[in-house]
Design a protein around this ligand. Sequence first.
Ligand SMILES: [Zn+2]
Length: 441
Amino acid sequence: MASEGPLLPTRPRSTSVPVRPWIALLGALILLLATAHVAGAELEPRTSPVGGGCADLRSVAGPDGDTIRCVQHGTASQVLQRATGADGSPWRRLWDGGAIATAALVEADGSPTASTAPLAGTIGGTLPHFGGTGFVIWNGGPVHRLVEAAGEQGCAARSVWVMVGGRFVGYNAGAPPFVNAHWLSQFPTDIPAQTPLLVVCSEASIAMLPDTPSVLEEVVIGHSVQGRPIEMFCVGDGSHLVLLVGGMHTGVEENTVTLARQMVVEMERGGLSIPLVVRLCAIPVLNPDGLAHDQRTNANGVDLNRNWATSDWHPEAFHPASGTVSGGTAPLSEPETRALADFVIVARPTIVVVWHSYAALVEGNDIPLAEHLGLAYAEAAALDYVEHWEAYPITGQFIDAMEAAGVAAIDVELRWSDDSDAAAQQDGVNALLTALAYEVR
Ligand SMILES: [Zn+2]
């Protein structure tokens, strides 16, 4: 399907591990281990492997209060978290200056009460948040739990690699079983405790543009019947274009123009959560003549949401407040619809959001991403989501034309006729943007 083009990752997933980067990585890791004790200046030099745990423990009073000494390896560790083991023994999660290990606490007399038993289902070590590779120790359990645990650290795990017999065997998160056949032959159920592994976190995770003011790019995509410019404002330079459209209908729907202009102000102010993978553009007024004359249609009297190239386009269309409305003399007969259509054909947005008022709902076309992102918007903005508009027939409408072109598009009907409901809609836009970043990572 054509719509899936922009959804593909910008780089194909690797099916094999290039050798050189891993050598460099392991070299860096060895260096990191050698210098890890510097991270905790209060701690004694450490000689145990990162996350290796302590086989023999004593509690000692350290300068920061409660610390635990790993006698065997001569490592002191700060206590981060307390818990009780399944057998009732006290447990502590320890910071050892380079990794987090879980170990049992010793009695006050210094004799160990339990041997090392890291908590299964946890990761020893820290993973990068926004892409990159982390080397960690897995404390045992199935790979789906490992992916979950990585997510709890903010790493959207894309793949996991374990050295087996001198070669890396990889697991591709989310892939069907046949893709992971090699992995499953090695680890049909659990990955054993204390397994060192490399976790590749997605590069296109949900890293955001900084919430500082941005310089907007301003483009005129066309002109109205009466020659008014149709302006578009953009921010961000990600590969996924999200297009917001206000004022397709004006007159009583003028609050959609107000809202779109408010969102442009937020784009400039840094007030939206814009993922790095996104380029966000907004056309505040598709129908500037209608805005000037306080009417729903353009200067030719054509309804700009009835003038699109769909299988049901008809010159005589319908709107309940107006009765029969003009769909134009032909699909895309109007300069406003042509301007938007030309832009969409060239720019191939990942999703288009069009604001209307007012029915307090979100309707997506049948491109799967439209439903996925439309639901995220609807939930955040506290609007209903509908798969199909049932209230009255709409011929030649925009989101249907987008569906035919393979482009996800949603209509968002505002809650009221006289208020832009900006706070809720901003929540909706932010939710859609974040959901998109997860979808395309
Ligand atoms: Zn409308």
